[in-house]
Design a protein around this ligand. Sequence first.
Ligand SMILES: [Zn+2]
Ligand SMILES: [Zn+2]
Length: 289
Amino acid sequence: MAGATADRICERCSGRGYRVLKLKGRAATARRCECQETCTHCRGSGYVLVPAGASAVAQPCACRHLDERIGLFNAACVPATVARATFDSYKPHHPDQSAAKAAAEDFSKKFRLDRETHGILFYGPPGTGKTHLLAAVVRYLALEKGVACRYVELMLLLSDIRNGIAANRGYVDILRPLTQAPVLVIDELGKERGTDWERSMLDELISRRYNGGLTTLFATNYYREPRKLPSAEGGMVNTRRPDWGRDAEAMTLRERVGDRVFSRISEMCEFRRVEGEDFRPSVIDAWDG
Ligand SMILES: [Zn+2]
Ligand SMILES: [Zn+2]
């Protein structure tokens, strides 16, 4: 085990060998735990000698995998706000949340690069921990399994594309790392304004991933099904087909992202509703693992 010495496991990293830092305003950053600063097997050289018949041959030390995985996590761009999100630090308050956590964990453990895997789309009200689960998936895949992932918040991505185009970069170049990443996580789907241009960018990204058979996960506050919301006069009102922009909160996901993108996502993902109490207070004290 990475952080295990002869007879005891490092308390700082629980034997994982890495720790994740939460730096304000920056993406989550992993680094080697202090217990791994100098590898006891290769003393930092990256190679170990293993016996081969009468002599010995040099082989890459296992600690090199650790650096590769740390590099993958750092390239994934998980937001600092959920830097320390893990499956263990997700504390469900509602059966939906328990089921969502189990689904995310199961997905992560079963994910394999050599076969097509359905993603998950988490939907439900803000504050139920959907972002936490997405971040925990990325962390597990990158740091525990060595899978390259990317995390994007859709509004920020769209603004990066706009800035890139203004600086004479083509949108295809900007999207390339996202269209090619083995696992892509898209947070805040539907929060964009929904202009034709925004829809065409989202369509481009989703279509390329769909055609490539690549796994994508999403989180959104928009529901698959029309729902009833409290009306101003009291009582519940059916919100089917509200006007664009007027009752944006009550729109369905299909109305927000358009038929084409919605239908692709439906084929690429299992939909999972996450209702529940506000989740955020329970994770404030979550300690880095
Ligand atoms: Zn350690
Ligand atoms: Zn080593």
